[in-house]
Design a binder for this molecule. Structure first.
Ligand code: B16
Ligand code: MG
Length: 217
């Protein structure tokens, strides 16, 4: 049997940090006179920090200097880090540990593939840093999802061919990145939004062990 590897996105798959990104982006946007809604926040899922700020400025029809841009990014991140600081294992989404533990018991290679530059501190806070054989995050990649770079890099580190990798993703850009990498994409969230995924589950509580077993086949 060929080795099957599993790659987890972080925000929205392992932990719900979208709520913290929302609070930090909203404070920043409102601070420069731009409205920011939950619907807009949805569109920033899986999108890098730079691209997120560019989108917010576009929505608000605002132009700022490069220095201001950098200052705003730093401010947003400082705010976001304040929320992360208080995180603990309680914030891991339901049944994520069950699936990770099962994959570990089957000796399946597992990696993290996230756009976030804060992935390692978050994993440390929720006590999952040691659960992964490889961690690829916003500090290792230059091209944002839907570019497949993050997942191809993870596959390479796990030494598993892309077509034998299975990605768990909550964002449309992330599902596209997985498909662009030639991998199987399992969407976590709304089936309408994640219609390009091979399978979609509302959350990990819907994923059965027999479904996982079939993926190994
Ligand atoms: P940071 P993921 C993504 O993480 C988030 O979904 C997205 O909302 C965020 O802007 C991006 O990370 C960058 O995060 O500001 O911490 O570097 O879903 O790819 O794990
Ligand atoms: Mg995500």
């Amino acid at each position: 049997m060929k080795t099957t590897a599993f790659i987890f996105d972080l925000d929205g798959v392992i932990v719900d940090t979208a709520k913290y990104h929302f609070l930090a982006w909203k404070k920043l946007a409102n601070g420069i006179g731009i409205d920011f809604t939950q619907t807009q926040n949805e569109q920033l899922k899986g999108v890098s920090r730079v691209k997120s700020l560019e989108k917010i400025l576009q929505w608000g029809n605002a132009t700022i200097s490069e220095t201001q841009f950098q200052e705003l990014m730093d401010k947003k991140n400082a705010d976001y880090l304040g929320y992360i600081e208080k995180m603990d294992a309680e914030e891991i989404l339901p049944d994520v540990p069950k699936i990770i533990n099962y994959l570990t018991s089957k000796n399946a290679p597992i990696a993290l593939g996230s756009a976030s530059k804060n992935a390692r501190p978050i994993l440390q806070k929720v006590n999952l840093l040691d659960a992964f054989h490889a961690i690829v995050d916003g500090t290792n990649v230059s091209k944002a999802k839907p570019d497949p770079e993050v997942f191809l890099n993870a596959a390479k580190q796990l030494n598993v061919a892309p077509e034998h990798c299975i990605v768990f993703e909550d964002s449309q850009a992330g599902v596209q990145a997985a498909k662009n990498a030639g991998m199987i994409a399992i969407g976590i969230g709304d089936a309408k939004v994640l219609h390009e995924a091979d399978y979609v589950f509302r959350d990990f509580t819907e994923i059965t062990i027999s479904f996982i077993d079939n993926l190994f086949a």
